[in-house]
Design a protein around this ligand. Sequence first.
Ligand code: ACO
Length: 329
Amino acid sequence: MSSSSKHLRSVVKGVGSYLPQRCVTNAELEKTVDTSDEWIVQRTGIRQRYFAAEGETTSMLATHAARAALAAAGVGPEDIDLVILATATPDYTFPASATQVQAALGITRGVAFDLQAVCSGFVFALATADKFLTSGSHKRALVIGAETFSRILDWSDRTTCVLFGDGAGALVLEAQESSGALSDRGVLTTHLRSDGRHREKLYVDGGPSSTQTIGHLRMAGRDVFKHAVGMVTDVMTDAFAATGYSAQDLTWFVPHQANERIIDASADKLGIRPDQIIKTVQLHGNTSAASIPLALSVGSADGRIKPGDLVMIEAMGGGFTWGSALIRW
Ligand code: ACO
């Protein structure tokens, strides 16, 4: 690691999130779907999720979350020169929803673009922003995960429609000079992977170039489960190898919130203790790219995640894609 004063690190300045008003409990779903609160809680840990109102789009949720993150960071829209929005449920096929967020915030400089890696989207967006910031090309980034998965669910498929929810979360990252020491704040390491051979296990059966429709989410849940634990623990092991840290060193483990059993099995495999885990899947369901920044926002707001903490994030999603990032908060 360089000891030069030119070493840049992407430091978390603020975190924010937004949930739509409508909260839907498992009991409410029981009225329209052949399911039960008991089945959903036992298999997934999910107790409720939020659904966007009619006309409330991904970019609107993202804009709310971004405003909250800017306020937490104590910076204004004019200070942002990079907006990366991770989403698999954009407002429109184009333009990128990130540009709509940029416009809604009144940002007229820099660059905004969407990034598509489904549930791994936030980790991919954070890693991408980190490359921009540590190269010195950009100074301050909004990294957002926002989704309206309720719009792509097939309500006649009980194996998928009970699992997902809508929401948004955002981080403000700032390029700051660092000595290069692992104790200095900022993103320490990121590890991204993908393998397109797994497409059939988790995909949406529509799109502009194939069916000219939006399509619905399709998932072979058991197959996804089978791969998830191995894949996310692999990339966390990569993060440990890159830094010399181990599971015991983590202050917080903030995984993608898809399913409590995947979270617990992944933690257990690496020796991460239950008291190191931040879980919000029971409150939000699986919000895809929004789930990690939503969990980071909850953990920061309630005082658990503090500056200087060592925070591991990881996710796995459609593609398959998977990745991890280790952050000195
Ligand atoms: N309510 C009640 N019963 C149900 C429901 C439901 N919502 N869904 C399925 N069942 C039934 C099935 O019909 C089946 O009944 P049968 O035995 O009579 O055929 C039984 O429950 C068991 O079904 P399985 O699919 O085998 O259930 P499993 O224990 O595998 O749990 C689940 C399903 C929760 C989807 C699990 O496989 C899982 O969590 N997989 C990972 C999915 C995931 O987290 N994906 C997200 C990661 S990637 C991303 O975030 C996009």
